[in-house]
Design a protein around this ligand. Structure first.
Ligand SMILES: Nc1ncnc2c1ncn2[C@@H]1O[C@H](COP(=O)(O)OP(=O)(O)OP(=O)(O)O)[C@@H](O)[C@H]1O
Length: 265
């Protein structure tokens, strides 16, 4: 098995913007020729200022959007050749805001088992067994099974979102700011949990974060984006010790000027 679990080759994503009452139409290059390899079992953090293209890249990895040009590979196979359902089971998201990403009308049990219901082929008894197993791993009490999101704290909701991501036994989890909507005291708990789950299930993470203290804490490697391009990809330790690119240096320097509360996480 190759060391590379997912790969982007010269991926571009262009949006046509403007026009109508906003003036002339033009192309916005959200991703402008990005090549990136995700290594099996690593935490690869994606950082860069707002609008640099991080979410666009994550949506492409998740198959929620197709590149305008370039190619994406999963375990060496072009993603375009993999059936949608099979792909979704192997690459799962955890989004930023557990308040809006969970359906308020569904119970925890229904939310967590939903990916298996959609994929089909797993009996109800087996689905329940897997939901229970995950609740146990995530240290959530069994009585939570029939609870609704409104009855839970932010940290509990994010655990439910993580359980939903893991129920189909994915290889890759794409986390887009998974702890930034949580209280600082809960952030570390959720981060530690993500790291435990990586060891337990052999997961690979792409981890988007604005919070460089969080990135330094959990990332093996860091990819730095600026205006739709990757300007630096390096081992986390080396990058934080001696950033090679000027933009990375500025990003690290500007992080030092914000309040230090995130370092508690
Ligand atoms: N559906 C879309 N239509 C038009 N423009 C878009 C669309 N999605 C993203 N963009 C633009 O593409 C660029 C990259 O956006 P993206 O959300 O990927 O950046 P980001 O680094 O994730 O930002 P943030 O950290 O604020 O989430 C931005 O200029 C954004 O306005």
């Amino acid at each position: 098995m190759s060391d590379i679990v997912m790969e982007l080759r010269d991926v571009r994503r262009t949006y046509r913007i403007g026009g109508g009452m906003f003036g002339k139409q033009r192309d916005l290059h959200a991703l402008d020729g990005v090549s990136l390899q995700l290594r099996r079992g690593e935490v690869l953090a994606l950082v860069g200022e707002s609008g640099s293209g991080k979410s666009t890249l994550s949506r492409i990895l998740l198959g929620l959007e197709a590149p305008t040009s370039g190619e994406v590979f999963l375990d060496g196979a072009p993603v375009a050749s993999i059936r949608r359902r099979a792909f979704a089971a192997r690459v799962q998201p955890v989004f930023q805001d557990p308040y809006s990403s969970l359906n308020p009308r569904k119970t925890v049990r229904q939310i967590i088992e939903a990916p298996l219901v959609i994929a089909g082929g797993v009996a109800a008894s087996e689905r329940l067994r897997r939901v229970r197993e995950l609740l146990d791993i995530l240290r959530m009490p069994e009585r939570m099974l029939e609870a609704y999101p409104s009855q839970m704290s932010g940290g509990q909701r994010q655990r439910v979102a993580i359980a939903r991501a893991l129920i189909s036994r994915p290889e890759i989890v794409v986390c887009d700011e998974p702890t930034s909507a949580l209280d600082v005291s809960v952030q570390a708990e959720v981060l530690n949990l993500l790291m435990e789950l990586r060891a337990e299930f052999g997961l690979t993470y792409l981890f988007i974060s604005h919070d460089l203290a969080v990135v330094e804490y959990i990332a093996d490697r860091v990819a730095v984006m600026q205006s739709g391009r990757l300007v630096e990809v390096a081992d986390a330790e080396a990058l934080f010790a001696a950033p090679a690119h000027d933009y990375t240096r500025r990003l690290l320097a500007s992080a030092l000027t914000v309040p230090a509360e995130s370092s508690e996480a």
